[in-house]
Design a protein around this ligand. Structure first.
Ligand code: ZN
Length: 264
């Protein structure tokens, strides 16, 4: 187990234990047990997954829109996430059914499949230096995504500055300003999305330019509104038809009365 001084979002300095148990820490397990279990891999799968989700949600939609190809030297590139191949081999069959894409074995929960990957398929991990996506968590605001209460935590200027530096270096290597107009636009966007908020002097919130979730929120809102308005619409149509039927019925009855009245 390697204890790192990892600077979290908004400059929170935290001591986290890396390894398979990552951010949650290791409870009741000895150093040897964990090292043996993770086969010497010092990178949190959970935090790497969170970092990937953040990139996928708040950066990739813009990258796709610009039709920009991220270079493999950029640490955000899929090849630079040592868990990416395993994550791609997760099959979520049902709510309580996770399947291993390599050997088709089924598990009740994702965490058991994670353990299975660690035990059975660790040889498939793309282990090499600089491929731990969790190491970018400080720059990408993983802690804020994991626990939104951290927003209220006291800011640490040294950690904020360290995160900002890492963030800006990512923007520079992944979207170099010299790489053309698309790269320049994405460079600016990366700074707005992730780097500007690494300050203790009340900077903007992270992910200020939105991401995938925003469109889905709008979609959900429209769907909900449609679901509410649809019965109202049908009720109005029904009322109108009922009124028309009553009207026709009354019209039919009037001549009959007149016919009956004739013999008198
Ligand atoms: Zn398997």
């Amino acid at each position: 187990m390697r204890i790192l001084e990892n600077s979290g979002d908004f400059g929170l300095v935290e001591r986290i234990s890396l390894g398979r148990f990552g951010f949650e820490g290791i409870t009741g397990r000895s150093l040897e047990q964990v090292q043996d279990h993770t086969h010497g891999i010092h990178c949190s799968r959970e935090r790497s997954r969170t970092a990937w989700k953040i990139i996928d949600e708040y950066m990739m939609p813009f990258v796709a829109k610009e039709n920009y190809k991220i270079s493999s030297s950029c640490r955000l590139h899929a090849d630079n996430d040592l868990f990416r191949d395993q994550e791609r081999h997760k099959i979520h069959v049902d709510i309580n059914d996770w399947q291993c894409g390599y050997c088709k074995k089924s598990f009740r929960a994702e965490k058991y499949l994670d353990q299975h990957f660690d035990n059975r398929h660790y040889n498939l991990l793309n282990v090499s230096h600089g491929k731990c996506l969790a190491d970018l968590c400080g720059a990408l605001h993983c802690d804020l995504v994991i626990d939104s209460k951290l927003r209220k935590t006291k800011c640490n200027p040294a950690a904020a500055s360290k995160n900002r530096h890492l963030c800006e270096s990512l923007a520079g290597s992944c979207f170099p300003v010299s790489g053309g107009p698309s790269a320049s636009r994405l460079h600016e966007l990366f700074l707005r999305q992730f780097c500007d908020s690494h300050t203790c002097s009340g900077g903007p919130k992270p992910f200020s330019r939105g991401g995938k979730k925003q469109t889905s929120t709008i979609y959900i809102a429209i769907s909900a509104l449609t679901l509410v308005l649809l019965p109202v619409f049908y009720f109005l149509v029904y009322l109108q038809q009922w009124n028309m039927r009553v009207g026709v019925h009354d019209l039919k009855r009037i001549p009959r009365r007149k016919q009956k009245a004739k013999p008198f």
